[in-house]
Design a protein around this ligand. Sequence first.
Ligand code: MTE
Length: 324
Amino acid sequence: MFIKKRPGWALSHSDVTPESVYLNRRKFMAGTIAVAAGLSVPSLVSSAARPVPGEALDYVAMPGFSTDEEKTPYDDVTRYNNFYEFGTGKGDPARYADEMSVTPWSVVVEGECDKPGTYALEDLLKPHDYQERIYRLRCVEAWSMVIPWIGIPLADVLKQMQPNSRAKYVYFETLHDPEQMRGQRSMFSTIDWPYQEGLRMDEAMNELSFLAVGLYGKTMPNQNGAPIRLVLPWKYGFKSIKSIVRIRFQEERPRTTWEMLAPQEYGFYANVNPEVDHPRWSQKRERRLPSGLLSPNWIETVKFNGYGEQVAHLYKGMDLRKFY
Ligand code: MTE
């Protein structure tokens, strides 16, 4: 409905980006010492590539995975955030997230897979070309944005880790470092840190699931989840976990942060669904940002945030009132 019909993978590169840009694709720049003490794969760490904050990234545009709705301005995308590790106010992440250092960065991979280890971020990214996907983001709080993300399909990164047949779910975890994250040292915080999320394996492997390293053509601002975060456009925003440091493949369904905090309000699936209201407010409409008191910009919420064609089959036969 909102997504253009032609899938991105059906386009030739010359359709979507000038050849000079494509050939000259740059990845994160060379030159850092990676902090990584490989578990069973110690040689995974290389000396390549450190994400440079604010650096322009080269990427291939993916019209097949993009909406042509008006993009939310950069200032709103980067100043109206949820990142409780830096406070609960919408402006707190932009104010305080730069207290977190994102270089160097490594991701622990563990559980039911053939390639566990501690991966320097640049090693995870190196084999892949960046794509730009313009997705809608619908927060469970009933506001939404349209954001041009830069990143890599989640499936491509997970395949690198070679999950085995016992891997039914994948679990993600955010950095836990109260020294750098003032929200984690706040005595008012009710969250049991670190922030945790999870997906069923087939959801994770869906073509829409995306690991973003940037937005608006540049590396990710800290407040949006630098240096690497999940983007799952058919689910409420809280599933799109930021600043990921751990990925685990497992047989059992992981428990997730918001589900643990208020299970009657936030479920594991968290698919955008106007037919299932939040116990304290309606999910039938959303405020598309920017919005103000005089022009709240309410629009109708669409099931699966308009991505039903790509994901509805994942939930066939499931009662989505029960599995919210
Ligand atoms: N990830 C972590 N680690 N901590 C958070 O508080 N908030 C979630 C999600 N990811 C959150 C998080 C929520 S509620 C939303 S709506 C999105 O991030 C917001 O992403 P944005 O700030 O980039 O728009």
